[in-house]
Design a binder for this molecule. Sequence first.
Ligand SMILES: [Zn+2]
Ligand SMILES: [Zn+2]
Length: 241
Amino acid sequence: MEQIYTIPVNEAFSAMLEEGGEHKCRCPFCEMHSRLEDKEVDRILGAAMMEPDVRIRTNQTGFCPTHFEQMLRGKNRLGLALILESHVDELKGKLKGGILGKSAAGAVKTLTSLEESCYVCERIEYAFARMIETAVLLWERDTEFGEKFRAQTCFCLPHYRRMIAYAQAKLPKKTFARFYEEASEIENAYLDKIKEDVSWFCKKFDYRYEAEPWNGAKDAPERAIAMLSSERHIDKQANKN
Ligand SMILES: [Zn+2]
Ligand SMILES: [Zn+2]
């Protein structure tokens, strides 16, 4: 367990308890992911942009649509344009130099790998993988964290899956059984809640239920999607509106 990750992991788990409430699905890993994302986008539009080894890397990997968009919304338009200038230069060189230009097959290969890579995603993934590991190990070693873990409302399914997979691979069998019991209890309870809210949402469109209260189910589709596919998408939409 790397010490530098214990603080952000603890902070995200605590933040969920402060913001939580039974109607919200606030996945602590989504929170960590979104904090990492903000930090990395600020970093690349800040001092890191001028570092030659960073520039070499960004020229090679480019950025995914999500992070291009986040950079566009950032404050440093000139910084972004400088990154784009040398990225396009590099691509042009590749086109002329033959990696793209020699054959259509070569172009397809280069462009496929370019589409699949993103400098910001790479950096986030490095830290995020360690945060998942840290959360599992803190659960095992730190009683106070264990309590915070049990008090969570939910994990989104993709992050739940990663956490469970890591725990199963790393924890001793008996310890994992206990971990799985605690984690799946949280997840199942929230899934029941989502099911109930989505059903109530559907019912509300039936004239017989029109006068009934929403019972907090008005945003049930948003919450269901946040749980099924991580909050990431939902957050982006919310920021746009
Ligand atoms: Zn999540
Ligand atoms: Zn990305």
